[in-house]
Design a protein around this ligand. Structure first.
Ligand SMILES: *[C@@H]1O[C@H](CO)[C@@H](O)[C@H](O)[C@H]1NC(C)=O
Ligand SMILES: *[C@@H]1O[C@H](CO)[C@@H](O)[C@H](O)[C@H]1NC(C)=O
Ligand SMILES: *[C@@H]1O[C@H](CO)[C@@H](O)[C@H](O)[C@H]1NC(C)=O
Ligand SMILES: *[C@@H]1O[C@H](CO)[C@@H](O)[C@H](O)[C@H]1NC(C)=O
Ligand SMILES: *[C@@H]1O[C@H](CO)[C@@H](O)[C@H](O)[C@H]1NC(C)=O
Ligand SMILES: *[C@@H]1O[C@H](CO)[C@@H](O)[C@H](O)[C@H]1NC(C)=O
Ligand SMILES: [Cu+2]
Length: 637
């Protein structure tokens, strides 16, 4: 179908350039040549499906794969910037450089766009799934080359390890193993020693940073001078370095809130539109958060906030994020969370939404849905792009899965039990520990279950944390904030009591922190009027207050006055200064109450009751609820 128009296009081009009309054979040969240079997105080669492991699980249990990961990623980083399949160019698809990739042209009105990535968009989960598959296929082709470079005696072992290998993910929400940080050492160490084909060598850790041959096309200053990717940079000069300790303590501090945010997302966001993206135009009171919103906070926390003199790091800005290798570990986890969510709500997949702003190929205002092309990811050499609908079955499409699926029957119930064990309120499983649970195995799972099925006696008597019917009281703060209004990425922090300091860069590790919402936004887009939604669960912090004797129970009668006195928030702007939330047009924090009915067994998620607005908690405060708006919002929810 594409052939005639493509041929005509080529004929026309040749007429203009050379005043020469090629024969049909020549035109066909030209097309063939062009098709052979098109990069298609196929995922891992072959048809066998292997799990993408948690990065610590790979390190702890697969020494040969770990070796291949380091050596292949090092080689991938070093591929020439001019090659379409190099690390540099694949990372560049997401944002800058502002250029076509794989000859997929820019839309005529998209000149202000940084790249192809889709955010605030229903395409967010599917687009990033195809993107990960492209990255993984190119990475694995390097893995195979490295495996083949080992001396004969080791080659069989290394090729065997390579053949079952997939790119790993980083679970930033589950408990790390005792005594270890959330941000794994193996991602933050500057150097690593590795058993290469010629013996043990010490190399720069390829998971720590990417080294640019030439950063000049990064468009934004100081990124166009920085020769390496940075996390919490210590200056803007081209010899800047990462202050990694800040990233490590920040992730440890926010982990529990990220766990709670994920669990709420899994148990309350039942439709694709609201689950998929942070555009609050599509939010409801019970699903104010989104996969994208939670993912944003990991971005800002990995790159670090800026100050008045130093920019945030690469991960803090969408245009540059994909150059930091942690982006790929993070987005692999985002894809895993998407897959897990799919099993919980199997009948909700895909949605329509008007694009709120341009990407490289998508014009603002155009309708986007599950059949929209995920450009620039070609499905074949005939010019067809993948769509959200076509990447639904990640396993058979791109030949990977995740341990939660490969270690179980992959059913809704099996995956719910992993969600409970990893992310439930009393989760005990550690990141990357998902072992075989086979079919329902109530005894083993019951030990680790988040909200254990209460015995009847307990169900009927109220306790400080439960209503008379056995449901657990839940409180959440829903946040609405204009994503691009502060001219850069910023944070909203919620506290139980005043923060111990008024130094914005210290808020993320404050002892009173309940949780953050990181807002990922490029500068110079302040005219984009997009309200991003988020939600920070308050229940963990209130439960701790009950246990500490600060309030007797979690009924509304006691929780509301307590929250009125103690719920505080701060906005840390892109330059490291505090911004008064009341001065931000469209900003609002409103508290809601709900209850979560404990699941009947370890293989189901809790059921939340309707969200009741508690306008009085924040109404008198700067940036707090506006009663008129809340009434409207809950009526439409
Ligand atoms: C692939 O995943 C889908 C869920 O999207 C599941 O129904 C199917 O059984 C899986 N297939 C294989 C071969 O694992
Ligand atoms: C349990 O009780 C709470 C508080 O009265 C109520 O809001 C909730 O809807 C009830 N849940 C169920 C499942 O009946
Ligand atoms: C927004 O930030 C950019 C880059 O940091 C700066 O160049 C620009 O002047 C800022 N715009 C406004 C309106 O403050
Ligand atoms: C933002 O725009 C200003 C002018 O309006 C320009 O000087 C600056 O370089 C731009 N900054 C970025 C980061 O795009
Ligand atoms: C930081 O940004 C805010 C607005 O976002 C502005 O009011 C303030 O003056 C800036 N402070 C510095 C030190 O640049
Ligand atoms: C709430 O918002 C509406 C519409 O924006 C406005 O008319 C009203 O005055 C606001 N009310 C309060 C109490 O701020
Ligand atoms: Cu992204």
């Amino acid at each position: 179908m594409k052939f005639p128009s493509l041929a005509l296009g080529l004929l026309a081009a040749n007429v203009v350039s050379a005043l020469y009309i090629p024969t049909l054979e020549e035109a066909a040969a030209e097309i063939e040549k062009r098709q052979s240079t098109i990069v298609t997105t196929t995922g891992a080669s072959g048809t066998a499906i292997y799990p993408r492991l948690e990065v610590r699980q790979m390190f702890n249990t697969k020494p040969n794969q770990w070796t291949l990961l380091l050596l292949a990623l090092q080689a991938f980083h070093a591929q020439p910037q001019s090659s379409a399949t190099s690390y540099y160019q694949i990372a560049g698809i997401h944002g800058v450089p502002r250029q076509n990739w794989n000859d997929v042209g820019q839309c005529s009105t998209c000149s202000d766009a940084d790249g192809y990535c889709t955010h605030d968009s229903v395409l967010f989960p599917g687009w990033h799934r195809a993107y990960m598959a492209l990255f993984e296929q190119q990475f694995l082709s390097v893995v195979n080359q490295i495996a083949a470079s080992y001396p004969t005696a080791q080659q069989a072992a290394m090729k065997g390890a390579a053949s079952t290998m997939r790119w790993p993910y980083w679970d930033w929400a589950a408990h790390p193993a005792p005594g270890l940080p959330t941000f794994p050492n193996i991602v933050t160490q500057k150097t690593v020693s590795v058993k290469g084909p010629k013996g043990t060598v010490t190399i720069n850790n390829p998971l720590f940073r990417h080294d640019f041959t030439d950063p000049s096309q990064m468009y934004y200053s100081p990124f166009n001078q920085w020769k390496v990717t940075l996390r919490y940079p210590n200056s803007n000069v081209n010899t800047a370095s990462s202050v990694t300790g800040s990233a490590i303590s920040a992730f440890d501090s926010i982990r529990a809130s990220m766990q709670d945010q994920l669990y709420q997302l899994f148990s309350t966001c039942s439709d694709f539109l609201h689950f998929s993206n942070d555009d609050a135009g599509s939010s409801t009171t019970s699903c104010s958060n989104s996969l994208e919103g939670i993912h944003n906070t990991i971005h800002t926390t990995a790159g670090g906030p800026g100050t008045d003199t130093v920019s945030g790091g690469h991960m803090t800005y969408l245009a540059t994020a994909a150059f930091d290798p942690v982006f790929w570990l993070h987005h692999c986890n985002v894809d895993r969370l998407f897959a897990m969510w799919q099993t919980q709500y199997p009948s909700s997949y895909g949605a329509s939404q008007a694009a709120p702003h341009d990407s490289w190929t998508i014009a603002a205002g155009s309708n986007q849905n599950a059949d929209s092309p995920l450009k620039p990811f070609y499905k074949d050499t005939n010019g067809n792009f993948w769509t959200t609908n076509q990447v639904r079955n990640w396993n058979t499409t791109f030949h990977y899965t995740y341990p939660e699926f490969s270690n179980s029957d992959g059913s809704k119930r099996a995956i719910a039990s992993y969600i409970n064990k990893l992310y439930g309120p009393s989760a005990t499983a550690t990141a990357g520990s998902s072992k075989r649970t086979a079919g329902p195995e109530p005894v083993a799972a019951a030990e680790a279950i988040a909200t254990p099925a209460p015995v009847l006696e307990e169900r009927q008597s109220s306790t400080p944390l439960k209503a008379d019917n056995g449901s657990l009281f839940q409180y959440v703060a829903n946040i609405q904030t204009p994503r691009y209004a502060l001219n850069g990425s910023y944070y909203i922090f919620l506290f139980n009591g005043e923060p111990s300091t008024e130094v914005p860069t210290e808020w993320i590790t404050d002892a009173h922190l309940i949780g953050p919402m990181g807002v990922l936004a490029q500068a110079n887009k302040t005219e984009m009027n997009l309200i991003a939604g988020g939600s920070v669960p308050l229940t963990r912090s209130l439960t701790a207050a009950v246990k500490a004797g600060a309030l007797p129970d979690l009924t509304e009668d006691t929780a509301v006055p307590y929250l009125k006195d103690n719920l505080k928030w701060r906005v840390a702007g892109p330059n490291g200064s505090e911004v008064d939330s009341g001065s931000i047009d469209g900003f609002q924090i409103a508290v809601f109450a709900s209850t979560a009915k404990p699941p009947p067994d370890a293989y189901e998620l809790p059921e939340w009751s309707e969200f009741i607005p508690l306008v009085e908690v924040t109404i008198d405060k700067s940036g707090g609820a506006n009663s008129t708006e809340d009434a409207t919002r809950s009526a439409s929810a």
